[in-house]
Ligand binder design. Structure first.
Ligand SMILES: CC(C)(COP(=O)(O)OP(=O)(O)OC[C@H]1O[C@@H](n2cnc3c(N)ncnc32)[C@H](O)[C@@H]1OP(=O)(O)O)[C@@H](O)C(=O)NCCC(=O)NCCS
Length: 176
């Protein structure tokens, strides 16, 4: 079950060294009203990534009802830039850790600090949830994601071969 820490949906920003949330980007907990925009964002993001396995593209483009079920046990944050929903990440707690899932930023809003703002919010949430580590397992082909995690002081912890629809994944962790 998702841990709902605090009544304020806004993410608290307490950046550690290397985390620089940009002023024009806001991050908040998602609400059910956000679901259509989130589903459109995932469709746009995964349609724009060439060469992905078709099973993966299908699995990562939820319909609104499917995304509602994704929200069971996962706390999602959405980023807005100039009022538009342009990014999303999920925080999935388990065994005293937090796994980051389904991170995606609109291709038209990349390299403007949106991913950084989302991960900063996720790390803040994890700290407030008293988890020991935050970890994630992006596809190895997503080099931008790897660079982002390393920039935010995640350590690369390993690699799983042909782990997800035949794709290698890299493992990253940040001990809090
Ligand atoms: C990975 C992703 C979320 C990054 O989002 P973003 O909003 O562009 O990230 P930021 O602007 O906060 O980038 C922060 C830092 O990450 C690194 N980075 C981000 N994109 C990069 C790229 N294309 N190449 C190299 N480094 C990159 C850089 O160090 C960057 O800092 P800089 O811009 O000052 O050089 C985005 O590229 C994305 O959605 N990719 C496809 C989906 C994906 O990979 N999801 C994660 C695994 S499922």
């Amino acid at each position: 079950m998702a841990t709902d820490q605090g009544s304020d949906r806004r993410a608290e920003h307490a950046p550690a060294p290397g985390e620089k949330p940009p002023a024009e980007v806001s991050v908040e907990r998602v609400t059910h009203q956000d679901i259509p925009a989130i589903c459109s964002l995932y469709k746009k993001v995964w349609d724009s990534e060439k060469g992905l396995p078709s099973e993966l593209v299908k699995a990562w483009q939820p319909a609104p009802l499917e995304f509602t079920s994704w929200m069971e046990g996962v706390t999602y944050f959405a980023a807005r830039r100039h009022g538009h929903l342009v990014g999303i990440v999920g925080c999935e707690p388990g065994h005293g850790t937090c796994r980051l899932v389904h991170l995606a930023v609109d291709p038209e809003s990349r390299r403007h600090g949106v991913g950084t703002a989302l991960l900063t919010a996720a790390l803040d949430w994890a700290r407030r949830s008293n988890v020991a580590t935050v970890w994630t397992d992006p596809l190895a082909r997503f080099q931008a994601a790897g660079s982002l995690f390393l920039k935010l002081s995640f350590a690369e912890a390993g690699r799983l071969r042909r782990h997800e629809w035949g794709e290698d994944v890299r493992l990253f962790e940040r001990v809090l």
